[in-house]
Design a protein around this ligand. Sequence first.
Ligand SMILES: [Zn+2]
Length: 503
Amino acid sequence: MKKGLFLIVFLLAAFSLMEAEGRTAHADQAVIQVDYLNVRTGPDTSYNRIGQVHANETYTIVKKQNDWLKINWNGKTGWVAEWLTTVKKETSQASGTYYSKYDYLRIRSSAGLNGKIKGYLMKNDVVTPQKSSGKWVYIQHGGIKGWVHGDYLAQKKSSNSSSGSSSSNESSGSQSVIGKIKVDTPVLNVRSQNSTKGTILTQIKKGGVYEYINEKDRWYQIKWGNGRTGWVAGWLVDPVSGNSSSGTTTNTAVTLDYNYTNIRSGPSTGYKVVGRAHKGDQFDVIAEEGRWYKIKFNGMTAYVAGWIVTETTKGAQHTSSSSGSLKGKTIMLDPGHGGRDSGAVGRAGSHESDLTLSTAHILKKQLEQAGAEVLMTRSSDEYVALSARTYYSNASSADAFISLHYNSAPLYIAATGLNTYYYHSKNKNLASDLQAGMVQKTGLRDRGIKYGNFHVIRENRKPSVLLELGFISDAREEQTVRTSSYQEKVSQGVTQGLIQYFK
Ligand SMILES: [Zn+2]
């Protein structure tokens, strides 16, 4: 009897030891960096998509292969692109910081359930407890100080960011700010290293002001999002002079896209709503923080989500064309190819990537004259991955996405003319309106609208089409389409088609 009891105690002890070890043996974690990141059945974009994950969600990594991570996800496993995540290595050393285990963890004014709710922590928000009272701990987060229940916090293991591609992607919090830069190009890639070889962590927009903590070889290491860092090319930004603190504004304003838009005290949906505003209301932008804008609101500073507003340059005037207006519409232009990817090469040596870019600049001007806001996936001869193009579209407030290409056929086929591709059948109307406009203005051969399985329109949740603006494999057509007069005409056709589409 006594021996039996001893055995049971021994087994219980052994079992609880095993359990404790099971809990503390952490695997590496993948923190997702973007919204709508596809989860696939295998480690490549050719595998089927089985779901999507979102920014700041954390998943346990089961396996790594090339640039892909197999994660535990919804009780299943799936693969995500490593370059759109931050890998956190878990070690056994405690660092004294904690993170919220849940979304909307209440921050209260006093240590107890009677305390007034002052704000919230979102899952994985990191805090350093300053004092405690019973089970309650006093923390500060994003300008809000208060008490949270300790049961809902977990201790953060000192996380060394992963080796490999995303190594410089985590700020230690101790790096001091050297100064600020302002983005001087429509879309700027934030990379994991100070070269164009670094993987793209996010994209930031013109006019955004960011603090930087390091400068090296004409690159700046900036802070973005929730304590993350990354590198931007120094020649695409302007340094901002010293004393620009919270009171100053950028040259940018935002206009709200919807009625009853929440204005919050901090840059996430976990922060308190400090007011509401309505469609068309305009606010000066102080800074961009991740995908949120810090704005001037009723004499104080507040935040609004970037994906429900339209960015404008202050003082910019929109002249509406008499023939019809695109006022209030945001169009994203996607000049095909760029950088190391020149696309097709014409009989006389034209590069498709140059033609799409010059056409995009002409089209942008015309769309702006018709009152539209225009966003571009690239505005210089730069390589932009297809996944970055669709990510940028899906995260934007664009009402339509138009990818621009010039066509090429094998030399023994005498192909000429224009055509428009759609992938989702709901975009057939957009395709036929644009196709009709282009054919009418240019007089090029009408090759019609077609279904096309292209990444930038397949993975796009906005109304999206891909235009083939003529064949540069045809010697005569190449001479035509490389002229600015042709590119003006085809742009008029696209503008007219868009006005028709939005009618
Ligand atoms: Zn192309």
